[in-house]
Design a protein around this ligand. Structure first.
Ligand code: SF4
Ligand code: SF4
Length: 173
């Protein structure tokens, strides 16, 4: 190696830095003010979905808990009535918890759910300072409603929401 070789290499490196600085677009994202759009198949924090009328999709069947390989989900079901209805059908999830420290974001819960109630969304903001904070309960997971009248539980017309799982238009879909 010649005596000037380190200086030449250093100059080439600096030249490359200057070239990127002037010619290439900046890719720095000003997080948290600006959030990066995630890929369509990204699996982030879970959301418990509602129907368009505000009723909860979850019927407390615990299939998601049974499918979870990390034993991260705890579900407790209770009976619906037409005076206090949370979801269509007989039962709803009175307790729904996910331990995010256990979750491996595999999506098995989503696949197992017969009503498409539990969905892995696009929220990647998960940080805790205490292990208890990592247990997300139903209030934290449930999708918000646009109007107060759509909140659950609510009184509904008797006999209107007897079916737990929506009828499929075409079962071959
Ligand atoms: S994504 Fe996987 S590990 Fe996480 S709660 Fe669902 S089934 Fe369990
Ligand atoms: S999220 Fe789906 S699978 Fe889990 S208890 Fe509710 S309805 Fe059943």
């Amino acid at each position: 190696m010649g005596v000037f070789d380190p200086i030449i290499e250093l100059s080439r490196g600096l030249g490359e830095t200057l070239r990127s600085f002037w010619r290439e677009p900046t890719v720095t994202v000003q997080y948290p003010e600006e959030k990066r759009t995630v890929r369509p198949r990204f699996r982030g924090r879970h959301v418990l979905k509602r129907y368009e009328n505000g009723l909860e999709k979850c019927i407390g069947c615990s299939l998601c808990a049974a499918a979870c390989p990390a034993d991260a989900i705890f579900v407790e079901a209770s009976e619906n009535t037409d005076e206090a209805r949370f979801s269509p059908g007989e039962r709803y999830a009175s307790t729904y918890e996910i331990n995010m420290l256990r979750c491996i974001y595999c999506g098995f819960c989503e696949d197992a759910c017969p009503t498409e109630a539990i969905v892995l969304g696009d929220n990647y903001e998960l940080s805790f300072t205490d292990r208890r904070q990592a247990i997300y309960d139903k209030d934290m997971l449930l999708e918000p409603v646009p109007m107060a009248e759509m909140l659950t539980p609510r009184k509904v017309e008797p006999g209107l929401f007897t079916r737990s799982v929506p009828q499929m238009k075409d079962p071959r879909d």
